[in-house]
Design a protein around this ligand. Structure first.
Ligand SMILES: [Zn+2]
Length: 329
């Protein structure tokens, strides 16, 4: 485990100067060409129960991004926040994990986001190998629920080169707002080039599912015990998913927190890719406060793997406390 982590870190450290030169969260140049040529991440998965429902975290990988991607970033505050959170701090680049989750019920297998295309960075694209390691075949997935359609959440859905679907039996559920936003001609035309690159990747990944999709309004129930929760800001239709069974709860919150070392202590720090930064910050504060008050277990796509834990109020802002191992699995 340790050698793997170090290997991934070293690889990303070598890549860092090029990556840091780009202001975008993810670089999209030649993603299709690069896909499959990157070293596959060693598969990691972790299961736990929420009542009768099994939730499996899948590690897609990690990426390093410059702190300049957080408009409110302050070096001294960031260092202090990371220290309080017992997290590594490097002023040159933040390490951001990418996770997907799979919900396994008696008669359903639902993917909640699908990781990143391998072409976005050599340290990404492990979602399918993690899925296989968890013993789940792609054709067993009957539904893909997307918290929002960004490239690092739709990566496992299709082959960028051939356009072939990689989850052949899956039906897609996402918000009506975000689907429309993704394919909006005017939004695309008015976006900077690197954002257009992101739209290109997302469109290529989700368009093959055009004829088998259900577009919802956040708040809707998508299966017994699975209720969506509106969390607008990061994207207009961004949403979480509340899993409820046998008196237990889990809130999978998508991209509510992107940089866990800093944003729990500083929930007002937005991220470059937040579509509406003020709305994203307001949503983040509201959901963190609710999670701390209710004591609900949370999970997130950019929390350090496996991302299961709890939110507590802290001396400054909030703190994340990892959930204990679930021995019921
Ligand atoms: Zn994301």
């Amino acid at each position: 485990m340790m050698t793997v982590s170090r290997r991934i870190f070293m690889r990303s450290a070598v890549l860092a100067p090029a990556a840091l030169a780009t202001p975008a969260l993810l670089r999209f140049t030649d993603v299709a060409e690069a896909e499959g040529t990157g070293a596959a991440a060693t598969p990691h998965f972790q299961s736990r129960m929420v009542g009768e429902i099994e939730v499996i975290a899948l590690m897609d990988g990690m990426i390093r991004r410059p702190p300049a991607m957080m408009p409110g970033y302050d070096e001294a505050k960031a260092r202090a926040a990371a220290k309080l959170a017992h997290r590594p701090h490097d002023p040159e680049g933040m390490t951001l994990g990418i996770n997907g989750y799979v919900i396994r019920m008696v008669d359903r297998v639902i993917a909640v986001d699908t990781g990143s295309p391998a072409g976005l960075a050599p340290t990404l694209g492990g979602w399918h190998t993690a899925l296989a390691a968890a013993g789940i075949a792609p054709e067993q997935i009957d539904t893909v629920f997307l918290t929002h359609p960004h490239p690092d959440h739709v990566g496992g859905m299709a082959d960028l080169k051939s356009g072939a679907v990689r989850l052949p039996k899956a039906h897609v559920i996402t918000s009506e707002t975000d689907w429309a936003f993704t394919f909006d001609v005017a939004v695309y035309a008015s976006s900077p080039k690197e954002v257009q690159g992101g739209f290109d990747v997302t469109r290529a990944m989700i368009a093959p599912y055009e004829t088998r999709k259900t577009l919802i309004t956040p708040g809707a129930e998508i299966a017994p015990g699975l209720t969506t929760v509106p969390m607008p800001g990061h994207t207009p239709g961004h949403m979480g998913l509340r899993v409820e069974s046998g008196g237990e709860n889990l809130l999978i919150w998508g991209d509510l927190v992107i940089a866990p070392a800093y944003q729990f202590a500083n929930p007002d720090w937005a991220f470059a890719l937040d579509n509406d930064k003020a709305a994203a910050a307001a949503t983040r504060k509201k959901v963190l406060d609710m999670a701390a008050t209710d004591g609900v277990m949370v999970a997130g796509m950019h929390l350090d793997f496996p991302g299961f834990g709890y939110v507590e109020r802290a001396k400054q802002g909030y703190a994340f406390v990892s959930a204990p191992w679930d021995y019921r699995i």
